[in-house]
Design a protein around this ligand. Structure first.
Ligand SMILES: [Zn+2]
Length: 200
């Protein structure tokens, strides 16, 4: 696909990286990610994916300000209301096949952040809670910072999925305890017959 000078200049650092390069940048440009969530985690994921040049971001209308309208190669779609209202957990990002209107047609990969934990389904957040128990509570002052870090982690996982590099964060749950500055990853299997994990 031909790209103009503004596009090449904007993504020049990634275009020269061996791990991304022109082919990887085209994959990012062709990717569609729906983020039916609000809050610090979602905001960081949106900002990082936009910076990486993910071509289509389906987000809530009030989050459009997170994306520079002059940035080349990015389309922002408004999530349909039923998707926006389906925020069962604090954060859910979905790498999707979507139609031109941004409607989610089929989720290919599903990522989540909830209560200081993050993973790619499977396991889902319910299976993580069943295996790991109640999460450690974070003080109100730390929770947005904790979620920002997890947003960065999940943005990285989404870029890895798009580029098909590295080992995915599936079958494991990453936990970040901001009060002790501790990051752990714990193997967690999906519960038998969990519908959310079965759908992933
Ligand atoms: Zn599950």
């Amino acid at each position: 696909m031909a790209r103009d000078d503004a596009y090449v200049e904007r993504y020049s650092r990634q275009l020269i990286l061996a791990e991304i390069g022109p082919r990887g940048q085209e994959r990012l440009a062709a990717a569609r990610v729906a983020i039916p969530a609000r809050g610090a985690a979602a905001e960081h994921v949106i900002a990082y994916l936009a910076a990486a040049g993910v071509g289509t971001l389906a987000i809530a209308p009030e989050q459009r300000a997170l994306v520079d309208p002059d940035q080349p190669g990015i389309q922002v779609k408004t999530l349909p209301r039923h998707e926006r209202d389906d925020a069962r957990v604090g954060f859910d990002a979905v790498l999707v096949d979507a139609d031109a209107a941004g409607d989610v047609v089929r989720a290919r990969r599903r990522f989540w952040i909830a209560d200081g934990r993050a993973a790619e389904t499977p396991p889902c957040h319910d299976c993580a809670a069943a295996a790991l128990g109640a999460p450690a509570a974070a003080p109100d002052t730390l929770a947005p910072l904790r979620d920002a870090l997890l947003g960065t982690v999940v943005a990285t996982e989404i870029v890895k999925a798009i580029l098909d590099v590295g080992a995915p964060l599936t079958g494991r749950v990453l936990t970040y305890d901001a009060t002790t500055a501790t990051v752990t990853t714990t193997p967690v299997a999906a519960r038998p017959a969990c519908p959310r994990c079965a759908a992933a």
